[in-house]
Design a protein around this ligand. Sequence first.
Ligand code: GDP
Length: 318
Amino acid sequence: MILAQLPRFHLSILARPSFSLSSSHFNFLNPKPPVTVARNLFSFASKSNLATVEPIPLPVSDSSDLDDAPVEISLDKLFIPPETDVSGDDSASLTARILKGSNIVLSKYARDAQVVQADYVKSSVKTEDCPADGLPEFALVGRSNVGKSSLLNSLVRRKRLALTSKKPGKTQCINHFRINDKWYLVDLPGYGYASAPHELKQDWNKFTKDYFLNRSTLVSVFLLVDASIPVKQIDLDYASWLGQNQVPMTMIFTKCDKRKKKKNGGKRPEENIKEFQDLIQGFFETTPPWIMTSSVTNQGRDEILLHMAQLRNYWLKH
Ligand code: GDP
């Protein structure tokens, strides 16, 4: 199965955890021409090679919180997709290939990212009941209230599509949405409902884990983590389970527009993100790809779609 072949990636923020390019660096829907294939993908990676990344543009009211110094991410902490060679890039050209607000380098597979059509297909209670047409899929999962429905709606640019998953009887299901008739977005049950009965929690756990382990068309899990609040143990547990079971995972940090100190325990989203990554580092051979998002500002929307496109196109080719 191809997914096991996707490299896993470490992230280490050497300065402070603010990692984004200004939009002038890169046109998301027109990525650069394909890069050359590297024989040894990671042979060049060393901590002395740094990509310099500009800070994320902040809302005016909060900009006083940050200085504008560039941030450096070590090369071996970037997500460099398979068949992608960055060894010939200097710091500036590599920086231009990193998706804004992420550690993800674009590959030649980043194409056909736009969502033209999105249709709800079905809700399943077992992995065996999921669509059997073999199309690649991405599963969104996260703590209840993390912003999963908002993100799903934002990705497909439909205000209420994800409401389907919130209808009574569907919240505990594996909900499939077909995109452009070519791939699926899958909405999985949220975890961490304080009020859910113990047996129900166990049951959801069982079937989502079964889905993660046995769904052969699952390209990557997208684990949503709220970046506006301090790190939660339950999210760490989830990430560590995925890591230990070698389930490919991308971390989606949500609510990155929420920058008011009083609401997030005095920490900015970037600080919560760094803390989360530091804490899960030990569970992964290399740190997974991650993207900062906001469903309010649509930050990260195009970046997620490009990342999905490159994972998907690679998966389809192999
Ligand atoms: P779900 O339970 O994971 O599906 O979460 P929802 O999408 O229903 O969102 C939960 C709450 O968080 C709602 O009040 C949303 O308006 C809010 N929310 C979701 N995404 C964002 C975001 O990116 N920024 C902010 N500020 N609020 C958000």
